[in-house]
Design a protein around this ligand. Structure first.
Ligand SMILES: [Zn+2]
Length: 226
């Protein structure tokens, strides 16, 4: 579904676990698109056709999946990255991931084309669109969130969900880093907070007040000083 002129969300509709996928259209040269976290090819439990559902959703928005030029991975967990190889090998797209996560991605048989660092990332050369890559460890050591200042959009990955946060009990997880990362992004000006999973809620938190409420709730739950 389309959220803004160049922003599309594919909220996971299946029963098994998979992530939400986001797409920024026409931001790369030759009007190619960026996607964030393409998710599973097939889900692990019941084998739901996650990639097929994603490709269908992209087409339903009037976009050509073949025009995807870059895949940005918020972190290297299978439910976010598994389908990246499809876009990379079949559609000739490049894969970007934080340099810390790239080591894990490598061990999983993936190959990153672009290593991300904290800081600005300019997409496209002719009409560059600037996003901020925010290194937000906690769920995993090289987890990143993507902030698009012009549209006040935060694509949060598994940092924040509606009324909850990413887990910190997986390898490389760290609760105190998680608290710091959440505190850090809570000061951003956000109109759309886009979460990595639809846990009890689609995970698209719209409007500054709703976003602030969610941060307030998390601060109370996690005893983060506001
Ligand atoms: Zn994860």
């Amino acid at each position: 579904m389309q959220l803004l002129k160049n922003l599309h969300a594919y909220v996971w509709q299946g029963k098994d676990n998979n992530c939400n996928t986001y797409l920024i259209s026409n931001c790369l040269d030759q009007n190619r698109h960026l996607i964030i976290d393409p998710g599973h090819i097939k889900t692990k439990g019941t084998g739901e056709p996650a990639l097929e559902m994603l490709l269908q959703g992209i087409q339903n928005d009037g976009l050509d999946p073949g025009a995807i030029g870059l895949i940005l991975l918020t972190h290297c967990h299978p439910d976010h990255v598994e389908a990246a190889g499809f876009f990379q090998t079949r559609l000739n797209a490049r894969v970007a991931i934080h340099r810390i996560e790239a080591e894990v991605y490598d061990r999983m048989g993936g190959k990153a084309d672009l290593l991300l660092n904290e800081g600005q990332l300019k997409l496209g050369r002719l009409n560059p669109l600037t996003v901020d890559i925010l290194h937000c460890p906690g769920h995993s050591p090289g987890h990143v969130a993507l902030y698009w200042p012009k549209e006040k959009v935060l694509i949060a990955g598994d940092l924040i969900f509606y009324r909850s946060t990413g887990r910190t009990d997986l390898p490389g997880g760290d609760l105190s880093q998680m608290k710091q990362s959440i505190k850090r992004v809570s000061s951003l000006d956000i109109e759309w907070l886009l979460c990595g999973h639809p846990y009890g809620h689609p995970g698209l938190i719209e409007g500054r007040d709703e976003v602030r409420d969610n941060f307030r709730f998390l601060a109370q739950q996690m005893l983060i000083e506001a």
